[in-house]
Design a binder for this molecule. Sequence first.
Ligand SMILES: CCCCC/C=C\C/C=C\C/C=C\C/C=C\CCCC(=O)SCCNC(=O)CCNC(=O)[C@H](O)C(C)(C)COP(=O)(O)OP(=O)(O)OC[C@H]1O[C@@H](n2cnc3c(N)ncnc32)[C@H](O)[C@@H]1OP(=O)(O)O
Ligand SMILES: Cc1cc2nc3c(=O)[nH]c(=O)nc-3n(C[C@H](O)[C@H](O)[C@H](O)COP(=O)(O)OP(=O)(O)OC[C@H]3O[C@@H](n4cnc5c(N)ncnc54)[C@H](O)[C@@H]3O)c2cc1C
Length: 581
Amino acid sequence: MRKLAEHNIPLREASITQVHSVLRDGNPLIVHTSMFANALASLANPKQQQQWVPLAEKNRIIGTYAQTEIGHGTFVRGLETTAIFDPETKEFVLHSPTITSTKWWPGGLGKTANAAIVMAQLYTQGKCYGPHPFFVQLRDFDTHHSLPGVILGEIGPRLGINSQDNGYLRFDHYRIPRTNMLMRHSQVLEDGSYVKPIHNKLSYGTMVWTRVAIVHSCSKKLACAVTIATRYSAVRHQSELVPGKPEPQILEYQTQQYKLLPHIASVFAILFSASSVLRMQRNVAASISKGNVELLPELHILSCAMKALSSQDSTQGIETCRLACGGHGYIASSGLPSLYTSTTCTITYEGENTVLLLQVARYLIKSYRAGLEGLPVLPSVMYLTAPSAMHQSPPLSNQALIEAFRISSANLVKETESRLCRQFNLEQNFHYAWNRCSVALVHCAELHSRYYMCEKFLSTVESIRASDRVRSVLQDLCRLYLIHHITLNQGHFLRSGTLSGVDLSTLEEEMYELLAKLRPQAVPLVDAFDFRDELLGSTLGAWDGRVYERLYEEAQKSPLNKTDVSKAYHKYLQPLMKSNL
Ligand SMILES: CCCCC/C=C\C/C=C\C/C=C\C/C=C\CCCC(=O)SCCNC(=O)CCNC(=O)[C@H](O)C(C)(C)COP(=O)(O)OP(=O)(O)OC[C@H]1O[C@@H](n2cnc3c(N)ncnc32)[C@H](O)[C@@H]1OP(=O)(O)O
Ligand SMILES: Cc1cc2nc3c(=O)[nH]c(=O)nc-3n(C[C@H](O)[C@H](O)[C@H](O)COP(=O)(O)OP(=O)(O)OC[C@H]3O[C@@H](n4cnc5c(N)ncnc54)[C@H](O)[C@@H]3O)c2cc1C
């Protein structure tokens, strides 16, 4: 927190800096500095901001974002916590009517936070207006005791991020002033009348913002993992490449290069996509403050798409890096296990990936249908019904590969939409038909999202200001990324007829050449991420390459090594040895 102040970084931007990486296994303040700060900035009106932001900036108020309940995470409209307006006292009464309405998961909620943005079903004048955000004090600001009517606790150990206190929360007819409803977009007036927002999903804004922050953080996490695994692969010698010759660095094996280099490329692909979504988010935020919400759906879809892809790619990439380090990848001091456990949760939180991809698919199908009818569609999906430009680029050039992605994605959407129509004719119910097509719909969303990421990677590399040599390495990396993802998705390209079997063999051949060409760049590329050793926190990935010494030194710190003979020997082992069992 001192570093944030020193560098003049506003609280709500902390999560897209490296500050949180210092505490890699999560920390109790992360939701305070990210979602809570953002919710105040984007959902509170100016008066409320004056009241709470300075206190949050000074960490007098420490907040969390309490939305998910035991019974509902994905289906936000199904939340059960109620906030009923009482016009007599001009207060909202917060209540948790059922076990399933218990708030569950919020980071920092268990022991750290003394306040929360609570999402609850708003009732006024006898009508329910759906989930709305409320500023709620949970603990006394001086004693930190939970307040009467607030029942709080921690949910217990998790797969990872155990340095955070994820919590539960229940309300027993707990009263808060009317003015604690975050009123930037919708309001309840003193007489209880409800004022609608200009777009009914504006109260979901903090989720959109966090999804964008997650994309950024995923590129950092993956960058840490590839740095560790690549440096280690340059230090580690194993087996014989040529019988009788010295053991080579494991990075010499093509299979090892295939494990690492595509993920180094992926760091850039995610990072460039994150920058592009972040730019869009800033534009949309500026438009919203002028009352224009036209681009909000596009931002929602893009942030869902990029959050889903980047969390999946970084999680898989980190696991591949861990496996690429053999046995030493399994030891905690390698840093890889905690990178994995603190990244795999990004697949689930802030919108479970399948669910987010289905949001993207819904948008693709709607846009495809609108395009067919000649109705206006937003730029990112115009290609679904726009004529192909395949023939204009030299065969298998980068541009041709991007076009192949675009056409294959459009083709898949077209095919899936027909399937949806057929299914609808059978079922006579759109929702059942949708469910019967949902695996294919997720594939549509994945291919579209991959197309976007490839396109961003290529366009950024083409426009980046860099020396010719640096640009040439990035171009090779980008080419590797494109080919790698084409080979992983080859079925789609064959089905759309954009690439032939021969094309795919040619590309595969080129990929193997690229692996060899990029091998000497692997260490410089990860060194260029410029992580300090303290930040990587890895015995395998430190700058100086003293892997074995560091592993040995770290082992000395094991509490079991404090004494030669452990207490357990006297208590359990010796009796067992003497028992003749
Ligand atoms: C946080 C910083 C990250 C940095 C991390 C760094 C290090 C990591 C280390 C440790 C960190 C550990 C933890 C801390 C980090 C983060 C904590 C995570 C916090 C949470 O985990 S916090 C809870 C998040 N919980 C969700 O994420 C719920 C997901 N569930 C939903 O989000 C919705 O429920 C949805 C969208 C599934 C359905 O919603 P629905 O049922 O209401 O809507 P419906 O499907 O009917 O759609 C009607 C029309 O609204 C449109 N629409 C929907 N949403 C929109 C939006 N936002 N903007 C504009 N339009 C939108 C549709 O596109 C459609 O449009 P159309 O009609 O035109 O088709
Ligand atoms: C580490 C961590 C930190 C978190 N921090 C917070 C926090 O700070 N604040 C907060 O409010 N919440 C937080 N959460 C909760 C998180 O946002 C939810 O867990 C997440 O949104 C998923 O919801 P769920 O758990 O209800 O899963 P579910 O929705 O029950 O998902 C279970 C399965 O059902 C499937 N499914 C659900 N709906 C559909 C559908 N419509 N179509 C197809 N398949 C579907 C999913 O794909 C998944 O396979 C956190 C969670 C974790 C793990």
